[in-house]
Design a protein around this ligand. Structure first.
Ligand code: ATP
Ligand code: MG
Length: 154
């Protein structure tokens, strides 16, 4: 599924729409260059779960932020991570747990992600415009994308 967001607000709104169809245990890999809008999108998801978006920042140095919404939300930024650090963090507890994992730069740790996850690629197509490509790995995420289509077209 593709979606074009023509402003940061449109990206936030897309994140909020996605939050409506997320379930505990979901894992999302957010992929795209520096400044693509990964964190902006996570803020939108947070809003959907009643989290103050000002609390949400890229955990570039802390690796992981945790927010308490309807479900626990684990927000990773693995841009600078070494595989050993991921092991030390006990990543399995998160990736195979019952919270929702949002992983900025998930492509870097692809080998550690569960077999099934939702990939969201964000490409900058103009200064204020971003193209989103949603790809499902596994049946759960095919269903999620179908549900999201209904939400964004509603
Ligand atoms: N349509 C858009 N969607 C999202 N962000 C946009 C859009 N247009 C402009 N921007 C701007 O792009 C920037 C996106 O920054 P953001 O921190 O979300 O990127 P990021 O992908 O998380 O980067 P990093 O890899 O450094 O963590 C913000 O300054 C935002 O205002
Ligand atoms: Mg970020």
């Amino acid at each position: 599924m593709k979606y074009t967001a023509k402003s940061p607000q449109a990206t936030t709104a897309l994140g909020t729409a996605l939050a409506q169809v997320l379930e505990p245990g979901d894992v999302i890999s957010l992929e795209g260059d520096l400044g693509a809008g990964k964190t902006q999108f996570v803020k939108g998801i947070g809003i959907g779960f009643g989290i103050d978006p000002d609390q949400i920042t890229s955990p570039t140095f802390t690796l992981i932020n945790q927010y308490e919404g309807k479900f626990p939300i684990y927000h990773f930024d693995v841009y600078r991570i070494e595989p050993q650090e991921l092991e030390d963090l006990g990543y399995e507890e998160y990736f195979y747990g019952s919270g929702i994992c949002l992983v900025e730069w998930g492509n870097i740790v692809r080998d550690y992600l569960p077999e099934e996850y939702l990939q969201i690629m964000i490409n900058k197509t103009a200064d204020d415009q971003r193209e989103f490509t949603f790809t499902a790995f596994g049946e759960r995420y095919q269903r999620l994308i179908s549900e999201l289509k209904v939400v964004v077209r509603a």
